[in-house]
Every structure is written in C-alpha cells, then in structure tokens.
Design a protein around this ligand. Structure first.
Ligand SMILES: Cc1ncc(COP(=O)(O)O)c(C=O)c1O
Length: 473
C-alpha cells in the first residue's frame, strides 16, 4: 500500500503543476479512480499526510476531498476515513464547471442530501400517473400519434390555460401556450427568438442558476446582473446605466431563487413599466409557484401585462424533473416565432406524455398531489425552523414562506467550511455563494437548504445531520 501511495503522489504532482492546486488535485484523483489505479473502496491517505507529501496546504486537500465526496467519487465516514466510492465512480469525463441545484451529480450519493432543486422523488404519484396514462392512451385519436402542432397537444394547452388562470392568475389561452421539455428548453427557445429579434443583453438576478446564464450566453446574449438590496431585486435600475441596453430580464418573482423572497409590488410594477417603455420582455420563471405556505399564492407577474411577460412554468418541482414537462405562456406576437424555433429543434414534445399530463390535470389528480405535497413540505419546513431555533437560536432563516428550500444565514466567512465539514459527514449542502452572479458583490454567507429533497424516511436523518453541521452557537 505504501508503494501505491508513493506512485499516486508522483502522479498527482505531475497533474498539479498545470492548474490551480485544488482543481489539479481533483483532476488527478478523478483520473486515478477512472483509470482504476485507485480501486473502489480503497482508503485514501489523510488530508494531513497527503498535503505533507505534496507540499500543499491541508485545506487544499480537504477541499478537494470534500468536493469529490459531493460529486460521488469518494465517500467519507467518521472513523473510516475517505475512501473511493464503491458503486459510484462516474466513468465519463469530469463534469465541467460548478455543480448547481439543477444539475446535481448523479454519481454516487452522499448519505444525506439537502441540496435544493429537487422535489421528493419517492413521492411521485406513480399509481395516479399510470391511471391517467391508461385513460389518455385509450382515448387518444389516431392522429395523436402523428406529427402534431409544435406548440403541443391542444388537450393539454386547453387544461393548462384553465389551470394557470385559476391557480396562478396567469392570463392564458390555449393559442398562447407552447409546451416544452423543461424550463431550460423554454428559456433556450425564447433566448434564440430574442436574439434573432436583435436583443443582445438579458438582465438576470444577482443570485440564480449559472446553467440559465450559460444557456443565454450560448444564444449570444450577455447577462448583466440586476443589483440587490435588502428589499430584493432593484428592478427600477432596468434601462439605466449598465442595464441601459437590455432587451429582456429573467426573474423569479414569486419566490426568488435561491434567496426566497417575493418581488415586492412596487418592484413588480417597475419591471412592467420598464418593459412597456422600452419594448422589453420579462421572462418570468415560476418554477415553484404552487408551493406557498403562509398565505395565498403570490400570483404570476404575467397577469400585469401578458403582452410584455413570457411566463414559464414547469412540472419539475410539483411532480418530477424527470418528466421534462414545462410550458410557456407567450405574448401573442411571439407565439409564431417561438413555435417555429421549437419546430426547428424537436418538432414537439412527446404526445403521449402530454396527453397523460392533460388527463392528470383534468381529473384533479394534479391538484390533489400538489395539496398533499404542500402539506408534507410545510411540515418539514416547520420542523426545520423548530430544530434551528432549538439548536442555534441566533441563526436567521429566510425564504420560508414558499418553495422547497430555506436560506440559513451563517456567520461571515464560514460558508465554505460549513459545507466542507458537512460533506465529510456525508451531508450534501450548498452555500448561497454557489448561486451568486460573477459580477455581483458577495452579500452574505448562508446555506440554501433543500428540505424537499430527501424522501420521508430519510428526512429526519438529514435534519439531524444538518443540525450537527451548523456552527456551534
Ligand atoms: C430557479 C429554477 N428555475 C427553473 C427550474 C426548473 O428547470 P426545469 O423545468 O428545466 O427542470 C429550476 C430547477 O432546479 C430552478 O431551480
């Protein structure tokens, strides 16, 4: 074994010379696992001794280990050290860039997962979905199995229009709806259309998902960030200064991701005023609008001006991201262009899935499911708040009125060490700075706790692990 470590150290040293120390070390470790030189289950040297071998700071090794634990290459257990994961090692190339809520590693699992972005997958309503699927399939006309309207099945667009008006205050007609494969797909299509119309910049929030910014960038759009203050996103700055040339703004008005606030009425109005005056568009990401706990849902911004707001909804939080079902409600004058963009990419989303979802909505199964999940998540949220109050009364929790995650403020400068320590305990956690726009100044240290992510049976263990991971009061 000692010999192995010697070889390993030499190999690492080569890799370490080219890049940042930590990422070079991570690449070297991934490569050693991928090539089989480090076999499943093998115990790695302690971060102290590897750091000494390599002549780097211990934290560099500890950080690299923690990230690889979070990615699933390694496992860490108290008492048995850090080992190569048994069944997990991803065999493909390393995933580039930062991991995000929307692209959690599918490789190997930590014991507990409180990353945001995923609903409780164990609660997917399999029996009800199957029932809807059978019924929809039996009732479908032959023509449903052919090439249809790129906007999607009329059965689905009809029930969605009714549902969105009723539940989210969206001004919707079947003609304005385009069904797509996830919010990201809708954003990609709208980005293409805006770019083709001459838009060069789309403003985004100071905190959000880098995959969305990257997607817009790939469509040729710059994504400057709107500033933030204690009342939320400063939409009144649209059209001024650095944001003078933006043609659209991407926002999460009902429940800011990840900070968790609702956009205040004056700032909703300011965004709409800007869009009207500038001929701009608001891209409204209503990713978790169904989950509001303390009062009536905050209605969609789109209702304020359906000709200037593109509303985007998804089944990824309310049902499951694996369905890849989402929808856009478009200003009338954008419908044809977006439908054409969709037709050019994939023609249309799966007709059988759309018909199943239409039946699921029409039968009331969707409302029942959302109500049941709302109760379940609300209970978890209450347990989280109570546990934090008991363990660490000074810790401020925000963003709890809605959605599937909460923001736990941390003492300044501790975010990285808390998430790292949690990873060593087998708890996957994400800090808020993961979601900060590259140009936005740091404003806080906090954890974004996805309390919907575990199954019911895993929840209390995850909550206990989180309490252990919080800094001592
Ligand atoms: C802020 C935000 N928007 C949208 C989505 C939904 O994306 P999709 O419908 O592509 O699964 C997510 C999922 O993580 C999200 O966090």
């Amino acid at each position: 074994m000692a010999n192995d470590w010697a070889t390993f150290g030499a190999d690492l040293h080569l890799e370490l010379s080219g890049k940042g120390l930590r990422s070079g070390l991570m690449d070297a470790l991934r490569e050693a696992v991928r090539s089989g030189r480090l076999a499943a289950g093998v115990r790695l040297p302690s971060s102290r001794s590897l750091a000494a071998d390599l002549g780097v700071a211990r934290n560099t090794v500890a950080d690299a280990y923690a990230e690889l634990v979070a990615e699933g290459w390694l496992t860490a257990r108290q008492g048995s050290g850090t080992r190569v994961a048994l069944r997990s090692a991803p065999r493909g190339p390393a995933r580039p860039g930062r991991s995000t809520a929307a692209s959690p590693s599918t490789a190997g699992k930590p014991t507990h997962n409180l990353r945001p972005g995923t609903p409780d997958l164990a609660s997917f309503p399999r029996a009800e979905w199957l029932k809807a699927s059978r019924k929809a399939l039996m009732a479908a006309p032959h023509e449903a199995f052919g090439y249809g309207d790129p906007r999607g099945r009329i059965e689905l667009r009809t029930v969605l229009a009714e549902y969105l008006a009723r539940a989210r205050g969206v001004y919707a007609t079947p003609e304005r709806i385009v069904v797509c494969s996830g919010f990201v797909h809708g954003l990609m299509l709208v980005g293409q259309v805006l770019r083709a119309r001459g838009v060069r910049e789309v403003a985004v929030e100071s905190y959000g998902l880098d995959i969305h910014w990257d997607l817009l960038a790939r469509a040729g759009l710059r994504t400057p960030a709107l500033p933030l203050d204690e009342r939320g996103t400063r939409t009144e700055e649209l059209g001024t200064g650095e944001l003078g040339a933006v043609g659209a703004v991407l926002m999460t008005p009902a429940h800011q991701f990840p900070l968790g606030g609702a956009l205040l009425p004056d700032r909703r109005a300011a965004a709409v005023d800007w869009a009207r005056a500038a001929g701009g568009f608001i891209l409204e990401d209503d990713y978790d609008g169904e989950f509001r706990y303390d009062r009536q849902p905050v209605g969609a911004l789109q209702g304020l001006d359906p000709e200037r707001v593109v509303y985007l909804g998804t089944a990824s939080k309310s049902l499951a991201p694996g369905l890849r079902l989402a929808w856009m409600v478009l200003p009338e004058h954008l419908v044809d262009e977006v439908a054409a963009a969709k037709g050019a990419v994939d023609w249309m989303s799966s007709a059988t899935d759309q018909l199943t979802f239409a039946e699921f909505l029409a039968s009331g199964a969707y409302d029942r499911h959302v109500r049941a999940m709302r109760l379940r998540y609300r209970r978890r949220r209450d347990q989280l708040v109570a546990a934090v109050a008991a363990r660490s009364p000074a810790t401020r929790i925000s963003g709890i009125a809605a959605g599937l995650h909460a923001v736990l403020e941390l003492p300044a400068g501790t975010e990285a060490s808390v998430t790292r320590a949690a990873a060593f305990q087998g708890l996957a956690l994400v800090g808020v700075n993961r979601f900060r726009h590259p140009t936005a100044p740091p404003s806080r240290d906090a954890l974004v706790v996805g309390y919907a992510t575990p199954s019911d049976s895993a929840w209390s263990g995850a909550l206990d692990a989180l309490m252990r991971a919080l800094p001592e009061p």
